[in-house]
Structure formats: structure tokens, C-alpha cells
Design a protein around this ligand. Structure first.
Ligand SMILES: [Fe+2]
Length: 382
């Protein structure tokens, strides 16, 4: 058969000038490269005699080249990207509320930017997820879940096209919340049964509008629709069980829960990542997929990037790079002496480096020490 072009694929390969596919081996090669559909030119295909045109080995990879960057080089780009995402989220929420169309193309561009940055150096955007404004929860939550989901999907070696869908779906997953009355959305205490019904309707409110968009793939919509479902059927809106949920649905439920726990809200201070891991572990096998929770903790690191920690030498610092070989010894930037109760010139310490004696005593909450984490991160990460 003469293949004129590749029409469906998960990788990023192109056929320069078309060519013959003559053997099962060539087909297997294409499949291995993620090619799932090709356009065959029957006029040019020769079923009996040997082809004269070069075989499909003209297919060449055009995978995006993303040179790795240092944290210092990436953090500026990450901040810019994060702010662009916030502007777009703000606009999307406004449009959703007014019943106007959502700029899904813009969301996809943001997802593109996130993926590029994360493949260059994931620590920069990971750090950005730890800088929060209490009043911007709705906006920041979706952005953070998208970043965390992208990092998680990259860790699981999911193909890039799917990662793009997952990142986009995460950006859109909670848009329906803008149509929940503020007194329910921001209620500090426990919701009544009626209020709970209203709150839970955010999933369907968002999904029903987004499914009208012709340019959102089934995976994107699935992420939106299933982000509150749980393995044991206790989730909503459809009470699906483990077998009805895809890996992507199971992933978003973990990322969404993790970010919600570690966020500070108007009525609740943020809990540490370690506390979030404990909760996820506790609900492993019932609410969340146990293997995926274990992978998620591996991927985030015991002390995720951006976490405030106290060292044994009595200093406060921020984790700026995970250590996948020895997760208890990441790279930290210390900036405060608890002994002297005062700020010190910030200093980067690789706790895993030979000869370094210091180690992490515990992860701490910024408010316990009157630390304005956003200000500190802005200052020490510049
Ligand atoms: Fe939600």
C-alpha cells in the first residue's frame, strides 16, 4: 500500500513525501511510533509487484526539542505562564457565568505552555502551585490541578497528546462552580444536605456546557465529568464504580483532592502535603486507586517542591528540587533562622550532597511562623 499521509497518531511524526508500506514489520514500526491511522492512495498502491518508491521509513520524528533548563532560568517563564493562565481562567469564569462561550483554544495554548515548561524543568511550575492567594482559590485550583496532573502524567510516561488533553481537562474541570451561589461555595461550616446537592451540581453544570464545544476531545470531557467519582461508587454525579472509571478519571480525582487539601481557603488554612498524602493513603483502595496514589506520592516526592520545611539546624527553607533517589533529602533554599528568630541571606543546600550534615526535621505551616509564603517565594526565587 502507498501511504500518502499519517492522519491519526499519538506521537509527533510526519511523512515527508509518502511511501510504500510493504511488510508487517513496517506496520509494526508505525504502530510503535504511535501512528494509528494512515491515508492510503489506492492509485499509487501496487499489490503485486515490488514498489519502486522508497518505503515509509521516510517517516521522521519531529518531536519537540525542549532543552532542559535550570530552575533559575525556568522560574521567570513559569511565573509568566501562571499569570497568563490566571487571566484566562478569570475570563473563562466570567464567560461561564454570563452564558458566553469559553475560549477553549486559549486553554489549549495554556496547556501547551505548561507542558513545555514542565518538560524543560518541572520544579518551576510545581513551585508556582504553592503560591496562593486565598481569594483566588477557584481560579488557582484549576491551574494547579492542571500543572500537577501534567507532572503526574509525565511521571507515568503517558503520551504527549493525551497529557495535553489531561492538562486542558484539568483547566476546565471546575468551571461549573462559578454558577454555585457564593453562600454555598464559600460556606465555612458543614453543608446541609440541600446545599450539598447544590454544590455537587457544579460537575454537571460545567460538563453540560463544555460538551457542546466541538473541539473538546472525549478525554478532556471525561476529566471534567468524572473528577469527583470514587472507586467504591461513593462519588458523584454518577456514582460510578472502579470498572467504569478510566485511569485518567482516577488520576484527576487524586490531583484534585491533593490540591484542595493543600490550599488555603477563605475559611481554612492549607494543610501540608504530608497531611494530604496521609488522607489519600487512607482512602486508597476505597476512594482512590492504591497504585496511582503510591505513584503520585513517588512523583511529588515526600517533600514536594514548594513545601516549607524546618531543618534539623533550626532553619526554615523551601524545597526547590526533589531527590528521586533519596526523597528525604531534596534541595532546599533556607532563608530564616528559628534560633535567632530572623531572616538570613537565602542559601541553597543540597541535602543529598556528600558531606552535608543537615536534614529535614519536618514540614511546617507558614502561618505557624508568621511567614508570608508568597512574599518569601517571590523574593528568594527571583
Ligand atoms: Fe470539583
Amino acid at each position: 500500500m502507498f501511504v500518502a499521509e499519517v492522519t491519526e497518531q499519538t506521537g509527533r511524526f510526519s511523512v515527508k513525501s509518502g511511501g510504500f508500506v510493504r511488510s508487517q514489520k513496517s506496520i509494526n514500526n508505525l504502530l510503535a511510533k504511535g501512528v494509528s491511522k494512515v491515508l492510503v492512495d489506492l492509485d499509487k498502491s501496487e499489490h503485486e509487484k515490488e514498489p519502486e518508491v522508497a518505503p515509509v521509513s521516510t517517516a521522521v520524528p519531529v518531536e519537540k526539542v525542549r532543552p532542559k533548563t535550570s530552575f533559575k532560568d525556568e522560574i521567570g517563564k513559569a511565573k509568566k505562564l501562571y499569570n497568563q493562565a490566571k487571566t484566562l481562567q478569570r475570563q473563562a469564569l466570567k464567560n461561564m457565568k454570563a452564558g458566553r462561550p469559553i475560549d477553549t483554544g486559549g486553554m489549549k495554548e495554556v496547556a501547551d505552555g505548561f507542558i513545555d515548561s514542565i518538560f524543560r524543568n518541572q520544579d518551576a511550575l510545581a513551585c508556582m502551585t504553592r503560591m496562593r492567594q486565598k481569594d483566588d482559590y477557584l481560579m488557582e485550583h484549576s491551574i494547579n490541578v492542571s500543572i500537577i496532573m501534567t507532572i503526574f502524567a509525565k511521571h507515568l510516561q503517558i503520551d504527549e497528546k493525551t497529557i495535553h488533553d489531561l492538562a486542558t481537562g484539568a483547566l476546565l474541570h471546575d468551571l461549573g462552580k462559578i454558577n454555585i451561589p457564593d453562600e454555598v461555595l464559600h460556606k465555612p461550616g458543614r453543608l446541609t444536605d440541600d446545599e450539598m446537592v447544590i454544590m455537587r451540581s457544579h460537575v454537571t453544570l460545567g460538563y453540560d456546557i463544555l460538551r457542546e464545544s466541538s473541539d473538546l476531545s472525549p478525554t478532556i470531557l471525561e476529566v471534567v465529568r468524572d473528577h469527583h467519582e470514587r472507586l467504591d461508587g461513593s462519588g458523584y454525579p454518577n456514582g460510578k464504580n472502579e470498572n467504569e472509571l478510566s485511569q485518567f478519571a482516577k488520576m484527576i480525582s487524586i490531583c484534585d483532592t491533593y490540591d484542595a487539601i493543600t490550599a488555603s481557603r477563605v475559611y481554612q488554612n492549607a494543610r501540608t502535603p504530608i497531611m494530604a498524602f496521609k488522607i489519600l493513603r487512607k482512602e486508597s483502595g476505597t476512594g482512590f486507586d492504591a497504585n496511582l496514589v503510591a505513584e503520585f506520592i513517588n512523583c511529588m516526592g515526600v517533600h514536594p517542591v514548594g513545601t516549607l520545611i524546618q531543618t534539623k539546624s533550626n532553619k526554615l527553607g523551601i524545597v526547590i528540587k526533589s531527590n528521586f533517589v533519596n526523597p528525604l533529602c531534596p534541595v532546599v533554599k533556607v532563608f530564616y533562622s528559628l534560633a535567632n528568630k530572623g531572616y538570613i541571606p537565602s542559601k541553597t543546600i543540597d541535602l543529598g550532597a556528600p558531606g552535608v550534615e543537615d536534614e529535614i526535621a519536618q514540614s511546617v505551616k507558614p502561618e505557624d511562623y508568621g511567614i508570608d509564603i508568597n512574599r518569601i517565594m517571590t523574593e528568594i526565587l527571583d
